[in-house]
Design a protein around this ligand. Structure first.
Ligand code: ZN
Length: 66
């Protein structure tokens, strides 16, 4: 019945530099913190739903190095 959850990939747009790229959400996660591949700003991307290929994105307050 229930299929194993798979990683979901989608696109995001960096709010800082406007760069577009692809991010991937691990199974069971609704959001993930990544770095913009262009300006290196930490970004939190979140799924808008299982049918959406575009992630919502906001600048993460968290720093990777802490
Ligand atoms: Zn950026």
């Amino acid at each position: 019945m229930a299929e194993a959850e798979q990683a979901r990939s989608g696109t995001y747009r960096c709010p800082v530099c406007g760069h577009r790229d692809v991010a991937e959400l691990a199974p069971g996660h609704d959001s993930v913190v990544i770095q913009c591949s262009y300006c290196k700003t930490p970004l939190e991307v979140a799924s808008r739903g299982p049918d959406s290929l575009r992630f919502s994105v906001q600048v993460s307050e968290q720093s990777a190095a802490r």
